[in-house]
Design a protein around this ligand. Structure first.
Ligand code: HEM
Ligand SMILES: [Ca+2]
Ligand SMILES: [Ca+2]
Length: 298
């Protein structure tokens, strides 16, 4: 149902307008590329790719922004709002927020050295959001391998897609509370030197200030989209528990090894998996709406 030419007749400048907005944002702050890719993921896994994650609290909506995997963590809303307002200037009421999020993720990947791909378009925006589904359907940093796999197969994605898409952790940052347990655990699945290094930036004492201290998900090339994430896992230098479980003697070890040796395969698989993720339960035809402001259901 979705089609890459969806706006060719109704808003031929949509893609270039969005690209300019994303390039500007990423050149101001490189981490924004990571945040925008994650935003698309956290949208698609909850009610499908319908921009539900962008809705604020209202009398009828309990925002997904306050769900545990999102609160004080998901970023990029202002960038999407800015891209939307630029697009509204050239073609009011035509381009959905859900499509803007999907395009932003693609443009963000390309801006930091990742793959590009042809984004399928024609998603419409939801009038509802689900904080409870955001709490139940998004993966947690404490998930074991089988849990991660089933969260993705529940959305029509394979175990391999899960490993591929986890490679997005080649860029971006995580807060201390998400990896503290792992770096102070003295477990055999973490490199001892890496654990010590990360301990220096993430004190064991849980205070608000300590919990928010940031570390790169990829210690080698935190700002570029490459296959170092997979090389790190082989060296037991995954930051999150949910990263390291992808290479810990289980069924996905061979995929991690493959990507660690073959950056080209990783990038082309990543592009294909992002397209597949972007296909999760879109609203099309007369379902849903085109919001005029992404944070409210008109
Ligand atoms: C496999 C299960 C996954 C888990 C458990 C997980 C968990 C996390 C956690 C805990 C953080 C740090 C958040 C914070 O500290 O505020 C994070 C960051 C991030 N995640 Fe994931 N994630 C997963 C999969 C994915 C996927 C599939 C993508 C995209 C395709 C993705 C993209 C990112 C990016 C880019 C960041 C950095 C964001 C930034 O710097 O703003 N993650 N993830
Ligand atoms: Ca959604
Ligand atoms: Ca990297």
């Amino acid at each position: 149902q979705l089609s890459s030419t969806f706006y060719d007749g109704t808003c031929p400048n949509a893609l270039s307008t969005i690209r300019t907005a994303i390039r500007t944002a990423v050149s101001k702050e490189r981490r924004m590329a990571a945040s925008l890719i994650r935003l698309h993921f956290h949208d698609c896994f909850v009610q499908g790719c319908d921009a539900s994650i962008l809705l604020d609290d209202s009398s009828t909506i309990e925002s997904e922004k306050s769900a545990l995997p999102n609160v004080n963590s998901v970023r990029g809303f202002e960038v999407i709002d800015k891209a939307k307002s630029e697009v509204e200037k050239v073609c009011p009421g035509v381009v959905s927020c859900a499509d803007i999020v999907a395009i932003a993720a693609r443009d963000a990947s390309f801006a930091v050295g990742g793959p590009s791909w042809t984004v399928k378009l024609g998603r419409r925006d939801s009038t509802t959001a689900s904080k409870s589904l955001a709490n139940t359907d998004l993966p947690l940093f404490t998930d074991d391998l089988n849990t991660l796999i089933s969260r993705f197969t529940n959305k029509g994605l394979t175990a391999r897609d899960m490993v591929t898409l986890s490679g997005a952790h080649t860029i971006g940052q995580a807060q201390c509370f998400t990896f503290r347990g792992r770096i102070y655990n003295n477990a055999s699945d973490i490199d001892a030197g890496f654990a010590r290094t990360r301990q220096r930036g993430c004190p064991s004492l849980s205070t608000t200030a300590n919990n928010q201290k940031l570390a790169a998900l990829d210690l080698v090339t935190p700002n570029s989209f490459d296959n170092n994430y997979f090389k790190n896992l082989i060296q037991k230098k995954g930051l999150l528990q949910s990263d390291q479980v992808l290479f810990s003697g289980g069924s996905t070890d061979s995929i991690v090894s493959e990507y660690s040796k073959n950056p080209t395969t990783f990038k082309s698989d990543f592009a294909a998996a992002m397209i597949k993720m972007g296909d999760i339960a879109p609203l099309t035809g007369s379902a849903g709406i085109i919001r005029s402001i992404c944070s409210a259901a008109n």
